[in-house]
Design a protein around this ligand. Structure first.
Ligand code: GLC
Length: 568
């Protein structure tokens, strides 16, 4: 395959292997399953895959807790399966990125086991151990920092007065990136997979590699009164991170052509992001922040009613715009609605009532912005969240389980907890891909590890979607085909202009180039009006029949109506 910045005109697909396709009937998707579905991905127009973690893991965080970086999780297959997948995918022009978890390992990783057994061993220095604080007879953690998945970010080493640091779950001790040996080890792991033919990495939790090594207490208020505060500024996007990543890139890539995607989370300014991803200079090629993911009041919305969750269209435009302004001249950028950590975009910004219309509208809105699009598996089928799942279905997820426990303690009702997780829980995104209407949706012959979304019985499955000419899936194929053609160049090179920026309900933009491309989307489940001052040269794609335009040139946009237009 050709080198260069190949992702610039690529279409990425985020594949959550456990839920994509099971080939051996154990209820967990696997590499052979992905191999079998390469023709599906090729037909969709995907040019590269990001595979969520496939390394050996006790699965305390579904693979984000790696036990052995040099072994494939037997649930997913073998190294030979990965080799075969790389070969077959490359033969179809599809590149493969692996998800590399660099911030922490599993507590079952041999380094950590050794570190626990022998405080004097070298491996002890790969992790972060500190003495606890005495409070009378009690031994408290070294500081008041909270973690993403549990109240305290510290776990006591049994039988000692020491604790180890974990920014995520207890089973995921953080590596100490200020130790050069750790940097070298991780670069070596990445390098070995590049030797094997992998095309790059999505680097998990990149934001958190550098910590405030003083480990001083956070001054933030302890709002829930448990003694701990989640203060990401203590371990997110800190100044040392840039140097760590520069070195990682140099040592892992050794001048090779590979894509490095960093997950920088939600606490970074576009100007900092620009420095990290500056073309040819920054240590990363693309970075994922989450600024456009939760623009509807849904994040942390426990206690709110579903009706209170409403897309803030102005905020969404503002967030796309500020990143575009800071980065488009000097950086490549990714485009995405969500990933395996979020609810489905259909529920987030679309509508179950207008499933087809809104799924198509959201695609058009995103796909023709500047950047490299990433689809999250199932989005192309217009999949919804797990609307009928009981709370037990969400408890498989380590982070969710801890959160449910604390919401119960705080006195939220079961109903509030359930509706909150049905619209925010990351299990929603992890429900298996339904390939047909069969039992377990043709995903597996066994009950899947993750809960099924029963909408497959209503036609939300690959087989039905393929047959229906008006389906979400077929719309995706057509939209992607257009994006990969000459219009893609205009999207990449033309200047993006917002159209009717102050419109509270419509998301509309124009790319000026040799020809002008206009996208207009009604983001609401009801009619809205839009003043239209262009001459339509061609309707390239549209999710409704007919154009409702008055002689006064006011356009009536139906619920989630979306146009892709060539205009003069
Ligand atoms: C990233 C992953 C998420 C995981 C966490 C810890 O945010 O996307 O799934 O739980 O890191 O590895």
């Amino acid at each position: 395959m050709e080198g260069g910045r190949w992702w610039q005109d690529g279409i990425g697909y985020i594949c959550y292997p456990a839920s994509f396709k099971d080939s051996d009937g154990d209820g967990v998707g696997d590499l052979k399953g992905i191999l079998a579905k390469l023709p599906y991905l090729e037909e969709l127009g995907v040019t590269f895959l990001w595979l969520c973690p496939i390394f050996d893991s006790p699965m305390e965080d579904d693979g984000y807790d790696v036990r052995d970086f040099h072994r494939i999780n037997p649930l997913f297959g073998t190294m030979e399966d990965l080799r075969l997948l790389l070969e077959e995918a490359h033969a179809r022009g599809i590149r493969i990125l692996l998800d590399l978890v660099m911030n922490h390992t599993s507590r079952e990783h041999p380094w950590f086991k050794k570190a626990l057994q022998d405080p004097m061993c070298e491996e002890r220095s790969y992790y972060i151990f500190r003495k606890g604080r005495k409070d009378g007879d009690r031994l408290l953690p070294p500081n008041n920092w909270g973690s993403f998945f549990s109240p305290s970010a510290w776990e006591r080493v049994p039988g000692t007065d020491e604790f180890y640091f974990h920014s995520f779950g207890r089973g995921m001790p953080d590596l100490d990136w200020s130790n050069e040996k750790v940097q070298d080890l991780m670069a070596g792991i990445a390098s070995s997979y590049l030797d094997m033919g992998v095309d790059g990495f999505r680097m998990d939790a990149t934001a958190h590699l550098a910590k405030d090594m003083s480990f001083a207490d956070s001054p933030l208020p302890d709002e829930d009164g448990d003694g701990y505060v989640l203060d990401p500024s203590r371990f997110s996007n800190r100044p040392e991170l840039m140097g760590y990543l520069q070195e990682f890139r140099r040592k892992a890539l050794k001048g090779r052509d590979a894509l490095l995607i960093g997950e920088v989370g939600g606490s970074i300014q576009p100007s900092e992001g620009e420095r990290m991803a500056r073309r040819g200079q920054g240590p990363l090629d693309l970075l994922f922040n989450f600024d456009t993911v939760w623009n509807n009041g849904n994040f942390g919305s426990i206690g709110k009613k579903d009706e209170e969750i409403r897309t803030d269209v102005m905020l969404l435009k503002h967030n796309f715009s500020r990143w575009y302004e800071a980065c488009h001249e000097t950086c490549d950028m990714p485009l995405y609605w969500c990933n395996h950590d979020h609810p489905r975009v259909l529920r987030q910004y679309g509508s179950r009532e207008y499933r087809k219309e809104s799924a198509k509208a959201l695609l058009l809105t995103l796909l023709f912005l500047y950047g490299t699009p990433f689809l999250f598996q199932g989005e192309e089928l217009g999949m919804d969240d797990l609307m009928d799942a009981p709370v037990g279905d969400f408890l498989h997820d380590a982070g969710t389980k801890e959160a449910v426990d604390s919401y119960r303690k705080e006195g939220y009702s079961e109903e509030e907890i359930l509706s909150f997780f049905r619209r925010t829980g990351r299990t929603n995104a992890r429900s298996p891909i339904p390939w047909d209407r069969g039992e377990w949706g043709g995903f597996s012959s066994h009950k899947p590890l993750f809960p099924m979304n029963h909408d497959h019985l209503l036609g939300v499955n690959v087989e039905d979607e393929e047959k229906d000419p008006d389906s979400v899936l077929n719309f995706y194929k057509e939209a992607i085909r257009i994006r990969k053609g000459p219009w893609g160049k205009i999207v990449r090179e033309g200047r993006l202009e917002w159209v009717d920026w102050n419109h509270q309900d419509a998301f509309a933009y124009l790319h000026r180039g040799q020809r002008n491309l206009l996208v207009i989307t009604n983001m609401r489940p009801y009619d809205v009006y839009f003043s239209f001052n262009f001459q339509i040269a061609d309707i390239l794609l549209h999710n409704y029949e007919g154009v409702l335009l008055s002689p006064e040139r006011v356009m009536r946009l139906r619920p989630f109506e979306s146009y892709l237009l060539a205009v003069r």
